[in-house]
Design a protein around this ligand. Structure first.
Ligand SMILES: [Zn+2]
Length: 264
């Protein structure tokens, strides 16, 4: 059993770690000019587009497992530490679909390469009235030069990734648009609700087309903090062995002319 000693030990090592962190970070995070050709990475400019996982706020796809968050120990109730457990579907909140989701012998999430998950991305605004992002709708937008495409749709405009009610009428990527994106060599496709596929679609063609080309799909982005435009994206799923998807943290940073960007 974890007792007071463990808790105090934990606090002590945390304090040491924080002190070391301050020492390590203090002189460098002041935006010193880059004279060496290398640049210190910092949180500056990065925008969190991850939906918060919260049973009171996270929509769950119809028929999928509910989110359950419990505290086994809770200092707010007089326990000597706080310790919690949660269970949730692999496709909860902001998450990534690996090929294994709809492709026989497709790669599981722990074997998805980093390349599609880090680099240049274009956020494309889809009007509130549009439910089907089909080839015609896609071609109304400038997407051809984009390596990664993230659709900002009615779901973002309505705050649906921050509302526990599941909506069937979310905007989805139609198979003909998925085919265009795949044929163009797009590395990553993202949407702002918990599925890229039309609700009730007779077959999961959009998933099959994208995942069949090993294009991971990031679903459930909360794109309210960003506008349409060019960004760098980092979206990293939990490394769960042998499963078909996992929740992820997703961040975007505006690409500007004078700022060195993540490549490609
Ligand atoms: Zn999914």
């Amino acid at each position: 059993m974890r007792g007071v000693g463990a808790a105090i030990g934990g606090v002590r090592s945390l304090a040491v770690a924080v002190a070391l962190g301050l020492l390590a970070c203090a002189p460098r995070d002041q935006g010193a000019p880059d004279t060496t050709g290398t640049r210190e990475l910092s949180a500056q400019g990065w925008i969190d587009v991850t939906a918060t996982l919260d049973p009171a706020r996270t929509p769950v796809y119809e028929g999928d497992a509910p989110l359950k968050f419990d505290f086994l120990k809770d200092m707010r109730r007089g326990d000597n530490l706080t310790l919690s457990v949660y269970s949730l579907g692999a496709h909860s909140g902001t998450h990534i679909d690996a090929p294994m989701h709809f492709v026989a012998n497709g790669a599981p999430i722990d074997l998805v390469a980093l390349d599609p998950l880090i680099g240049a991305a274009r956020v494309i605004d889809i009007p509130d009235s549009v439910r089907a992002i089909d080839a015609t709708e896609l071609n109304r937008h400038d997407w051809r030069s984009a390596k990664r495409v993230l659709f900002r749709t009615r779901s973002t405009l309505r705050g649906w990734m921050d509302s526990p009610q599941f909506h069937r009428d979310f905007a989805y990527i139609a198979p003909d648009a998925a085919q265009l994106l795949a044929d163009a060599g797009v590395l990553l496709v993202g949407v702002d609700y918990i599925s890229a596929e039309q609700f009730g679609a007779p077959a999961p063609r959009t998933h099959q087309i994208l995942l069949g080309r090993r294009i991971p799909i990031v679903e459930g982005l909360d794109l309210r903090p960003v506008q349409a435009g060019d960004y760098d994206v980092i979206v990293l799923p939990l490394k769960v062995a042998g499963h078909e998807g996992a929740p992820a943290r997703a961040i975007l940073r505006k690409r500007t002319g004078n700022q060195r960007s993540l490549t490609p």
